[in-house]
Ligand binder design. Structure first.
Ligand code: GDP
Length: 451
């Protein structure tokens, strides 16, 4: 996955800031030198890195540490905010024409970037959203490309319009639009021909298509694995034909992530989606904030940071952490912790209050962040219903939960018994994990002794 090494390096930088009471200019400078190196090694554009470090430095030096955060977390907060800004702050949607009017998207990109695959992926996404897409094979140079689009279109259950290799792409686009009007397709996606390198012929062909039909959005597909080349390609396309957004493919295979981090800052063009694999379902909408927290690898701390000073009920969280540490907690605590979670953003943030874990990736990333997803919030609501269906005795003494009690609880909560079993099992596993934690914990960090 992209950013692995960047994530690791950033986490190390933040760890070293943890024990500081107040950040001096030297502390921040030393840490940012490391951040700078980490970003350059991730192949982020050097000008972008320079600006990024400058911004963070200006904001971090001499900053008072916010209530509820240690200095290391304060810097994480700033770095996170700047990363989000770097990637465009807001999620950019592909702009569709209102109502049932036809939207025409033109896909552009170099050969091998993943254009044809992405075109089919996109059609699938919009079909799910209720659109009736028409894919158009405008790559007349490679018969294989037409075939590939047809195969992928079929897999997605989306119609593919082709006129073979004998016509000009602009004429194909025009004919496709007529076809779309007759067949009530409201989204026309033109798969154009790429070249190995940027060349005039390719650009004028795209220009011709734009003159022949009204293209509402031009979307450039670039390969993340080509790093800064992808950024340069985006710059050239934008200059020559104007692009509305970029889709960065193969982020699954790119260990550095520099393209994803630099494109918006260098070209001004937002990233719309990222390709995360070869399967037609492997296309994800691009959320700058989620990507930043993925890069930092600490969604849990970030949520905690966001909520710091707002609704953080520290004492309760600390008590909970104590109980968890001793593996004494029961379903009543579980309920309470869920309330805390709602306020603070996840079980992981409570764990983050535990000395030694410090929220700085102490448990290793990948083990906790999934607790913070929306899906889990739904699960949490069902868990809550199950716990509310227990008697107080059962909540305080989970070991008495036998099959007949579980049946009654399932009925009360309106869920399947299997779900109750699953939850009890999960609860027991959490308890077991908690028992193991004290051994994993290091010393106390932070002058205030809080993290
Ligand atoms: P085009 O020449 O730009 O049309 O590129 P293709 O759509 O033919 O894709 C080139 C190769 O990249 C194919 O083998 C695709 O399966 C692969 N590919 C496309 N997108 C992704 C992605 O997001 N992740 C990975 N791992 N492979 C991808």
């Amino acid at each position: 996955m992209a950013f692995d090494s960047l994530t690791e390096k950033l986490q190390n930088v933040f760890k070293s800031l943890r024990s500081k009471g107040r950040l001096t200019e030297e502390d921040v400078k030393a840490a940012l030198k490391e951040v700078r190196m980490a970003l350059l090694e991730a192949d982020v554009n050097f000008k972008v890195v320079k600006n990024f470090v400058k911004e963070v430095q200006e904001r971090a030096v001499g900053q008072d540490v916010m209530n509820g955060l240690n200095p290391g977390q304060m810097v994480i907060k700033i770095v996170n905010e700047e990363l989000v800004k770097l990637m465009g702050s807001e999620t950019t949607e592909i702009r569709l024409q209102p109502g049932s009017a036809i939207t025409v998207l033109m896909m552009a990109g170099l050969q091998g970037a993943g254009k044809t695959t992405t075109t089919a992926k996109l059609a699938g996404k919009y079909k799910l959203k209720g659109k009736n897409p028409l894919l158009v094979a405008c790559d007349v140079y490679r018969p294989a490309a037409i075939k590939q689009l047809q195969i992928n279109g079929e897999k997605q259950g989306v119609e593919v319009f082709s006129m073979g290799e004998k016509n000009r792409p602009a004429d194909i686009a025009k004919a496709a639009l007529e076809h779309a009007k007759k067949n009530h397709n409201n989204l026309v996606i033109l798969d154009t021909a790429g070249r190995l390198h940027i060349d005039e012929e390719m650009m004028s062909e795209l220009q011709e298509i734009k003159e022949a039909v009204e293209v509402h959005q031009t979307i450039l597909v670039v390969d993340a694995m080509t790093g800064q080349d992808a950024v340069n390609v985006a710059g050239s396309f934008n200059e020559k034909i104007g692009i509305d957004g970029v889709i960065v493919t193969k982020l699954d295979g790119d260990t550095r992530g520099g393209a994803a981090l630099s494109i918006k800052a260098v070209t001004g063009c937002p990233i719309l989606y990222v390709g995360m694999g070869e399967k037609l379902s492997d296309l994800e909408q691009f959320y700058p904030d989620r990507m930043a927290s993925r890069i930092l690898g600490m969604g849990d701390v970030l949520t905690l940071i966001e909520k710091a000073g707002a609704e953080l009920d520290e004492d309760k969280a600390r008590q909970m952490a104590e109980k968890m540490k001793k593996a004494q907690f029961d379903f009543e605590d579980y309920l309470e912790s869920m309330n805390q979670m709602k306020k603070m953003g996840g079980l992981s943030s409570i764990l983050g209050m535990m000395p030694g874990l410090g929220g700085l990736g102490g448990l290793g990333k990948g083990k906790l962040p999934e607790l913070d997803t929306q899906e889990n919030e739904k699960k949490m609501a069902r868990m809550e219903a199950i716990i509310y269906s227990m008697t107080v005795e059962e909540r305080r003494n989970p070991d008495i939960l036998n099959p007949s009690r579980k049946h009654r609880i399932a009925k009360g909560a309106g869920v399947d018994i299997a779900e109750v079993n699953r939850m009890v099992k999960q609860f027991n596993e959490t308890r077991k994990m908690m028992k193991k934690l004290p051994g994993m914990m290091g010393g106390r960090g932070g002058k205030k002794g809080r993290f």
